[in-house]
Design a protein around this ligand. Structure first.
Ligand code: B12
Length: 311
């Protein structure tokens, strides 16, 4: 019996997997009504701290058609960043796993442009397509849920029921009405509260609510002021924090990513506390030439190290 030809949606999802994406789904571009209400409450409570960009462009953030006119479908991809080899922990400070290798924005965008080429091979050149990786006012996690790629955990991350949460999220905005590929999944944390219990700074103030002002990730990357409070609560994290993901049972079966650009350099693997303390600007630039760690900057990283272990 002859099988019906695959739809363009099916082709995109299959090609995304072929390109190494962990998962891919498609949803119709609409206003995110419920999610916008959640974000409004979050901003009302001033949980964003100094990340003032989050309160700008709200209309566009909630409705992708206002961000890119003519958008009809959102293709959302996940890309695993869980490392094959973790950085040694003995006598060392900690860096969030997402920042072990090259900056994900560019690495992912390149792969996503290849996915877009697959679409345009079928449709011909399209006007008004966009590739976004945390690079525009888009509610990344909300779209991943709409596309059927997982659920929002109590730690606020997007959790894929089989693959956990150690992945990046990216989107293609397309001016095409494509068949949606999945339905939104409800929460599957059950009674588990490991993430809330483990967060050493109490940033997860309630299930699904993160007060960024207390989050180690925010404090070590985004916050530019002086760090105060108990340094031991930082548990040696000097750039980002993975605690609320490390304790999540859904991450028990995370597998290492094979992307060469995401592997930590040998120099980074060799770093120990004494090396971090001695690190100068030149060494920082070499160590993090293409890395997202540049976001904190040399001064920021130094501030974090000195806060944890004053000279
Ligand atoms: C600002 C920001 C931060 C802030 C605030 C985080 C936060 N929880 O809000 C700080 C600096 C703390 C941070 C930390 C991290 N971040 Co960040 N961050 C962002 C950014 C730029 C915006 C997030 C945002 O809008 N927050 C505001 C809140 C209100 O929105 P939200 O958490 O996305 O929740 C929405 C939906 O999930 C939904 N929703 C929320 N709760 C619930 C509950 C239910 C029941 C339902 C149905 C829906 C729902 O509604 C919300 C509003 O629309 C996104 C990129 C993007 N453009 O989305 C990356 C992003 C969320 N970060 C990411 C990563 C990897 C991290 C870190 C793991 C990095 C690290 N190791 O240090 C940590 C994780 C900390 C954590 N538990 O969230 C990834 C997350 C991937 C994933 N699997 O979820 C993203 C998506 C970047 C990307 N494109 O890959 N981040």
């Amino acid at each position: 019996m002859k099988h019906p030809d695959p739809t363009l949606s099916e082709i995109i999802v299959a090609e995304a997997e072929h390109l190494g994406f962990t998962a891919c789904g498609i949803a119709a571009a609409t206003l995110l009504e419920e999610e916008s209400a959640i974000m409004e409450q979050w901003l009302e409570a001033e949980h964003e701290g100094t990340m003032s960009y989050l309160s700008r462009n709200r209309e566009k953030r909630y409705d992708p058609r206002l961000l890119v006119e003519g958008t009809k479908s959102i293709v959302t991809v996940l890309y695993n960043y869980y490392p094959q080899n973790p950085l040694p922990r003995e006598g060392n400070f900690k860096i969030a796993r997402y920042a072990y290798g090259e900056d994900y924005h560019e690495v992912l965008k390149q792969k996503m442009r290849m996915l877009l080429e697959v679409v345009e091979k079928r449709t011909g050149p399209l006007e008004g397509t966009r590739v976004f990786v945390d690079s525009a006012p888009v509610l990344d996690r909300a779209w991943a849920v709409k596309c059927g790629l997982g659920f929002i955990g109590k730690n606020t991350t997007l959790i894929h029921p089989k693959k956990g949460s150690f992945f990046f999220i990216g989107h293609l905005f397309l001016p095409l009405s494509l068949e949606p590929t999945g339905t939104a999944m409800g929460n599957r944390c059950g009674r588990c509260t490991r993430c809330l219990d483990a967060c050493p700074t109490g940033a997860l103030k309630a299930p699904f609510i993160l007060d960024a002002r207390k989050c180690i990730s925010y404090l070590t990357i985004e916050y530019k002021g002086e760090l105060t409070g108990d340094p031991s609560a930082f548990n040696d994290w000097i750039y980002g924090c993975d605690i609320c993901q490390e304790v999540c049972p859904y991450n028990k079966f995370s597998v290492g990513n094979l992307e060469p650009k995401f592997q930590p350099s040998e120099a980074l693997m060799r770093m120990r506390k004494d090396d971090w303390k001695r690190l100068d600007k030149e060494g920082f630039d070499l160590l993090f030439k293409k890395s997202a760690v540049k976001r904190a900057g040399f001064e920021g990283l130094k501030r974090n190290i000195t806060f944890l272990e004053p000279e």
